[in-house]
Design a protein around this ligand. Structure first.
Ligand code: NAD
Length: 410
């Protein structure tokens, strides 16, 4: 086997516990398909813009592959491969009948008009429509994409394949979307945080929280934390941040951020940058923005006692080690942010059965799924005396390895 890259360190720690052979490790780590496409689109000024799109289908042993589409300038081969692999373990941790995939376009969506974004999305579908679909690989929103992008995606896909609403999830409600999909990841994060404190004999109510990111995931995480009586004392986004040791009023901040393009400058708060956020004295730190934020440099300044990873891959292995040594408990991404893919699964099931479930039913089903996953991970962590991340990987990798073995190779 070749030397593991950083993202595979977590995999091998769990694979060692499971005594997985080198050959099986190679099979589990190698993506099934890794595609990179050219996207040439007419821009509003008449010129042609050239972009690069990616789709990595990591593993389909447990079912069709599932994973988001990210529009961000830093999207590249390695990031998409890493995130596709995370999706394989994540869908297995919450026991969905899926494998893992991920895709994206290297672009800053804020630099394009709505028309340009639509043309770019449609061109991407033109390039990959024959490798995705309801039974093979189902995209969903991620950073820089939303339900509108998913609606364009579905419409373009259907031009080739006919009525197929299950080809993508995270669609608008009016176009075969699912109640509660938009809030799902943030809701799941809060279910996990709540369960974590419950297991520790504590309450989420009254806990102080520092949150990085106020987009889809960050906003709903903040909203549900606020509803449950937690005190959010610091928030940053890409433009800046705000802090108030007495707690930020989240409904007001959400309104403010909408009209002011971010949280910076919120009345009754102090300005704050990411370093200040990590160094904020609080019970719980929630990274809900980019990957790679908690590093060997930033981990030592973290003041929180607990971390719940809402973002994908926010903690480097070096930082993870530092948190372990410092006794900071980390609920890992493949467990904590699985609410989004879980409700995406509910959307896919409804689309395939042509039914529509009410919001309360979705929320109840999500609570059950996330709680069961948390409890299974917690049990492994206790039995094997390993951190929650290793326990989650043991659960996910164990399920994928078993399915791979049972199916056989021909
Ligand atoms: P989004 O684009 O809606 O929001 C991203 C947020 O991060 C924005 O508030 C942005 O201002 C902030 N941000 C960007 N750069 C920053 C920086 N340098 N410092 C501080 N804040 C910064 O994206 P999202 O959908 O909320 O996704 C956030 C994270 O959650 C990503 O890691 C994503 O992969 C992960 N995730 C998303 C979902 C989902 O359903 N959307 C599901 C699982 C995981």
């Amino acid at each position: 086997m070749s030397t593991p890259n950083k993202s595979e360190i977590y995999f091998h720690a769990a694979a060692d516990h499971l005594k997985i052979s080198d050959r099986m490790r190679t099979l589990l780590l190698t993506p099934e398909r890794d595609v990179k496409v050219q996207l040439a689109v007419r821009l509003d000024n008449g010129e042609v813009g050239t972009f690069v799109g990616y789709r990595v289908q990591h593993d389909g042993a447990r079912g069709p592959m599932k994973g988001g589409l990210r529009y961000h300038p830093e999207v590249d081969d390695l990031e998409v491969q890493t995130l596709a692999q995370l999706m394989t373990w994540k869908t297995a941790v919450v026991d969905l009948p899926y494998g893992g995939a991920k895709g994206g376009i290297a672009v800053d969506p804020r630099s394009l008009s709505s028309g340009e974004l639509e043309r770019l999305t449609r061109k991407f579908v033109d390039q990959i429509h024959d490798m995705v679909g309801p039974d093979t690989d189902i995209p969903a929103p991620d950073m820089g994409t939303n339900s509108q992008v998913m609606a364009w995606f579905m419409n373009q896909y259907q031009k080739y394949h006919g009525f197929q609403p299950a080809c993508v999830t995270g669609k608008p409600l009016e176009l075969h979307g699912c109640e509660g999909r938009e809030e799902a990841t943030g809701r799941g994060v809060v279910i996990i945080a709540n369960r974590l404190f419950h297991q520790l004999g504590q309450e989420l109510k009254g806990k102080t929280v520092a949150l990085q990111g106020f987009g889809n995931v960050g906003l709903y995480t903040a909203k549900f934390l606020f509803e449950r009586g937690a005190k959010i004392v610091a928030i940053t986004d890409v433009r800046g941040g705000c802090a108030n040791p007495n707690g930020l009023n989240i409904p007001k901040l959400a309104e403010y951020a909408k009209s002011n393009n971010g949280v910076q400058g919120f009345p009754e708060s102090e300005p704050l940058d990411n370093e200040g956020l990590f160094a904020t004295k609080c019970d719980l730190l929630i990274p809900a923005a980019l990957g790679g934020q908690l590093t060997a440099k930033t981990a030592p300044i973290v003041q929180a006692k607990y971390i719940v990873e809402a973002a994908n891959d926010p903690t480097t292995p070096e930082a993870d080690e530092i948190f372990h040594e410092r006794g900071i408990l980390v609920a890992p991404d493949i467990l904590a942010n699985a609410g989004g893919v879980t409700v995406s699964y509910f959307e896919w099931v409804q689309n395939r059965s042509v039914v529509h479930w009410p919001l309360e039913e979705i929320r109840a089903k999500l609570e059950l799924k996330m709680t069961a996953a948390f409890d299974a991970v917690w049990k492994i962590a206790e039995e094997r005396k390993v951190p929650l991340r290793t326990a989650a990987y043991i659960l996910g990798i164990g399920r994928v390895a078993k399915a791979t073995e049972l199916a056989g190779v021909s």
